[in-house]
Ligand binder design. Structure first.
Ligand code: CMC
Length: 429
């Protein structure tokens, strides 16, 4: 196999090194391209650009494969749990029993946020989107923990990681309590990670709230399924911000904001809103699909379908579809949204428009229906994605700051504006 790729430009030939990944992926290393040829590459949306070497997550989008540190997502969803999977992502290996116990204990004992953080919430409008609050409060954590911002000190990094993973569910649950005007519920150290989150969301000081073990397990699995997805928009944002040597809290806050958009982590909210809108019109989906296919208006898409990398079933969607039926059965919820989603999926998978573009259900198609059945308000959905994705973002940030090849992320451009011209005085314009 050739270990160089040759390009010819303006009569000059250039050999570029070929890089091969452990699962056979091939890349052309263009680091010397501009120096040796004067040219750059152009790749809107970076669909063909490898921004780094990474040993965290592998995706084969053609085959519908997702593995964290080599372990298939299906095995992790069935046999692991979120905090163990977080350790796998962060450290590269499944933890030994003692290390796992110590990590879980650190997380448990860092779940409270500083009391002064609570006063921030009073300043946010009641109708504030929880992702806006989440990004703002995560960024503000750096003001409370200025003792642990040195990214070259592994102990400080470790403490920041514990604080972030432990406090994010508290920050998210507080945003919900603020929006509905209920008292904030302190974390409970006798509960597991997902169960404690459900407690902070749904308990009140007036009465006991018993967390259903199966529902807590479902919540945990949802977090686990979202825990990483290699160089997606938000992980790349975290890496990009971190490449300027911004601290971990600032880098993660940037990731939260990147995740908010409806083409990324906001899609689970968009799916449920789309399904409700279709139901309200009395349509069984075919009118809506016609609008999608005719591109009737900018941005009308079958939300929860399609993916930049998967050109086959998203393996997470398969697991979530099964979970969706189990949860709705467990909470005895009526199923019009699920029924409609299944119908839409069936129609779309038979339709030439979706087949030819290789558009399949993604992670967001069924997750929103589950969250809704659990009583989570729609605008909170992306914040749950955020809790899940946090270990992945941290693993990428950590990998980047330890990578000797990492540099300040600073893409180039092809300038298409006016060439040099003279300033014109205001009276002469
Ligand atoms: N519904 C209808 N048409 C679609 C859809 C969709 N959901 N997704 C892509 N297409 C069409 C698109 O219009 C284009 O058609 P044409 O060739 O006629 O112009 C073609 O498929 C290629 O689309 P693209 O926008 O160039 O593809 P992309 O890789 O840039 O977009 C995507 C990926 C996820 C942004 C897109 O599929 C989409 O908007 N999906 C709906 C939003 C969604 O579910 N997002 C969650 C993604 S998974 C969670 C995460 O990783 O954040």
């Amino acid at each position: 196999m050739a270990d160089t790729a040759r390009i010819a430009l303006d009569g000059k030939e250039l050999d570029l090194p070929v890089v091969r990944g452990s699962a056979g992926e091939v890349g052309i290393d263009i680091a010397a391209l501009r120096r040796d040829s004067g040219a750059i590459t152009v790749d809107p949306g970076y669909a063909n650009t490898g921004s780094c070497r990474s040993a965290i997550t592998f995706i084969d989008g053609e085959q519908g494969v997702l593995r964290y540190r080599g372990i298939p997502i299906e095995q992790l969803a069935e046999r692991s749990h979120f905090l163990e999977t977080a350790m796998l992502l962060l450290d590269g290996e499944l933890p030994a029993r003692e290390a796992l116990g110590s990590f879980m204990s650190h997380i448990t004992y860092h779940t409270m946020v500083h009391e002064d953080v609570r006063s921030f919430y009073e300043g946010f409008p009641k109708r504030a989107h929880p992702m806006a609050i989440c990004g703002a409060v995560v960024g503000a954590l750096s003001t409370f923990y200025s003792d642990s911002l040195d990214m070259h000190d592994e102990r400080q990094v470790e403490i920041s990681i514990h604080r972030l993973i432990a406090k994010l569910p508290t920050i998210v649950a507080y945003s919900y309590k603020h929006s509905i005007g209920q008292p904030f519920m302190y974390p409970r150290n006798d509960l597991g990670y997902a169960a404690n989150f459900l407690h902070m969301m749904f308990a009140t000081p007036c009465e006991d709230y018993v967390v259903d073990a199966q529902i807590a397990r479902t919540m945990d699995t949802i977090f686990l399924l979202h825990a990483d997805h290699e160089q997606n928009c938000s992980a790349s944002t975290v890496r990009m911000v971190g490449s300027s040597m911004a601290n971990l809290f600032a880098s993660i806050a940037a990731g939260v904001h990147a995740l908010w958009g409806p083409l990324h982590g906001g899609a689970n909210q968009a799916v449920v809103e789309m399904l409700r809108q279709i139901l309200a019109t009395g349509d069984r989906g075919s009118d809506y699909l016609d609008k999608v296919k005719n591109k009737a208006a900018a941005g009308v898409r079958l939300m929860g379908f399609g993916h930049r990398v998967y050109k086959n079933f998203d393996p997470r969607a398969k697991i979530l579809k099964k979970l969706c039926f189990e949860v709705l059965d467990r909470v005895h919820a009526s199923t019009p949204l699920l029924d409609l989603a299944v119908e839409l999926e069936e129609i779309a998978l038979r339709d030439e428009y979706f087949i030819s573009r290789k558009l399949y259900p993604n992670v967001d198609f069924y997750s929103g229906i589950i969250l809704q059945a659990l009583g989570i308000p729609v605008d909170m959905f992306p914040t749950l994605f955020t809790i899940g994705r946090l270990p992945g973002w941290i693993a990428h940030w950590h990998e980047m700051i330890r990578d000797p090849d990492a540099r300040l992320a600073r893409p180039r451009q092809i300038y298409t504006g006016p060439t040099q011209r003279d300033y014109v005085a205001i009276d002469d314009r």
